[in-house]
Design a binder for this molecule. Sequence first.
Ligand code: HEC
Length: 114
Amino acid sequence: MQKFIASLFVAAALMFSASAVFAASGASLFSSEGCIACHTINGKGGTVGPNLSHVGSQRNLSWIKTQIITPSAHFASGRMVTINGKSYIAIMPNHKDMPASQVNALAEYLESFK
Ligand code: HEC
């Protein structure tokens, strides 16, 4: 019985750490995939692309996923675009080879910024 209870604890601890890793991955992908070089969130990051600190109040989840995979579906590559009153040259790279799990984690992370 004691062993059984101990293994329950181990299982619970594993599930907890797995969900913690999942929750962190959108934020860590934002750095590791280079998004942060061009985009600012909460005062940190680049300014080549729009500030994403409130992107979730303007764009929905599926829109954000499309933007990550195929930005040219929204903004013609190389053109001047205006987003929230500021001008940018549409040079965001596509991420057609990014695994869906990473696209989802990034999109969910961004969509949470209201
Ligand atoms: C080389 C700079 C650059 C990199 C790297 C980059 N972006 Fe962008 N991003 C832009 C620019 C410029 C735009 C403006 C539209 C366009 O280029 O498609 C943009 C637009 C966006 C938008 C739309 C914002 C809005 O309010 O309409 C989202 C969301 C976004 N990027 C997310 C990401 C994510 C996530 C990554 C990393 C996987 C990333 N970007 C990597 C430059 C970049």
